[in-house]
Design a protein around this ligand. Structure first.
Ligand code: AMP
Length: 211
């Protein structure tokens, strides 16, 4: 199964990606996570992408496609993969297709702007174990502290409200055209992204006709 998760930042793509990865036993490939790790480790890639990320802008297409190409040829991708946050532009989708990248379904998870802004600006991640909370919807028992490991909860730099608004604008201008692109290829599945994590996961499985 080769899937793409498409939707605005804060639509729950990452969360659903984790569940789908467990369900199908295939890796979730988040280009955002790959870039964040590179920035944290200050690698040559990290140095190239940091400025774009800090502004909520997209990293150049060629660079992203190169990273994805390298990743999907690894052994763990032989039975499929879940692309989370890629492609983000029509150009990326075309480049992916031209290099022989195959996709079975594109899950387009949609949610209203105000909802996604609250979800992202409320998001906090544990520095130590990576557990994710939300100060509005899923707060930790003690503010700022991870329930699971006691680690410190931090906000991603690009989750600050002004950057979130810019990311949403970039999404509308550059990424939304992909909806039409995949509709034409008859592989777009539209999923209502408002509801509990479990409800949305059920909707996805139903849509993929595997539940
Ligand atoms: P995400 O965690 O998917 O929201 O990605 C965080 C940031 O990483 C984005 O705001 C972009 O700067 C960069 N990024 C991630 N994936 C892509 C992509 N496919 N194309 C361009 N930039 C990306």
């Amino acid at each position: 199964m080769r899937l793409i998760l498409l939707g605005p930042p804060g639509s729950g793509k990452g969360t659903q990606g984790v569940l789908l990865s467990q369900y199908f036993g295939i890796p979730q490939i988040s280009t955002g996570d790959i870039f964040r790790k590179a920035v944290a480790e200050n690698t040559p890639l990290g140095k190239k992408v940091k400025e774009y990320m800090d502004r909520g802008e997209l990293v150049p297409d060629e660079l992203v496609v190169e990273i994805v190409k390298e990743r999907i040829t690894q052994e763990d991708c032989k039975n499929g993969y879940i692309l989370d946050g890629f492609p983000r532009t029509v150009k990326q989708a075309e480049m992916f297709e031209n290099m022989g990248g195959k996709i079975d379904a594109v899950l387009y998870i949609y949610a209203p702007d105000e909802e996604v802004i609250k979800r992202i600006s409320g998001r906090r991640t544990c520095e130590k174990c990576g557990a994710v909370y939300n100060v509005y919807f899923n707060p930790p028992k003690i503010e700022g502290i991870c329930d699971k490991c006691g680690g410190k909860l931090v906000q991603r730099d690009d989750d600050k409200e002004e950057v979130v608004r810019n990311r949403l604008e970039v999404y509308k201008e550059k990424t939304k055209p992909l909806i039409e692109y995949y509709k034409k290829r008859n592989i777009l599945k539209e999923i209502d992204g408002v509801g509990s994590v479990e409800e949305i996961f059920e909707r996805i499985l139903k849509n993929l006709k595997v539940s």
